[in-house]
Design a binder for this molecule. Structure first.
Ligand code: HEC
Length: 111
């Protein structure tokens, strides 16, 4: 139970950082993507390798990752427990940055 509280507290912090970046209209940097990804560690494990029953997100193809996050955000994933609420905290450029980060193929700023 305690873990979930920490996860939610981390989300508030990460969500605030994301909002500031969006207001600046700046592309997401690698360092910022690392901070965004910190909000995923409590549940998906360090590096996103998964902590059963929570799935791994490391190594997902960026297109798959983006599709999953957009589907969560639009509440299109039946049976999802928490990701719909989490995905609402990230805009398209942040999701793209996270997709590249977890695919391990960071190439600079997000689109
Ligand atoms: C509070 C725990 C929690 C946090 C924090 C969390 N997730 Fe999740 N994630 C889940 C759970 C549980 C699932 C399974 C779907 C569901 O029940 O919502 C999931 C599923 C996913 C999936 C789908 C994986 C697949 O193969 O189906 C992706 C992508 C994902 N999470 C990305 C992220 C990202 C990116 C972050 C950080 C910004 C994050 N998650 C933070 C709990 C979490």
């Amino acid at each position: 139970m305690q873990r979930w509280r920490w996860a939610l507290a981390a989300l508030v912090v990460v969500g605030t950082a994301g909002a500031v970046a969006a207001q600046n209209g700046s592309a997401v940097t690698f360092d910022e993507a690392t901070v965004l990804a910190d909000g995923c560690v409590n549940c998906h494990g360090p590096g996103g390798t998964g902590m059963p029953p929570i799935p791994a997100i490391a190594g997902l193809a960026p297109e798959t990752f983006i599709m999953l996050m957009q589907d969560f955000r639009a509440d299109l994933v039946p049976g999802a427990t928490i990701m719909q609420r989490i995905a609402l905290g990230y805009d398209d450029s942040e999701i793209a940055a996270l997709a590249r980060y977890y695919a391990g193929g960071w190439t600079g700023s997000a689109p």
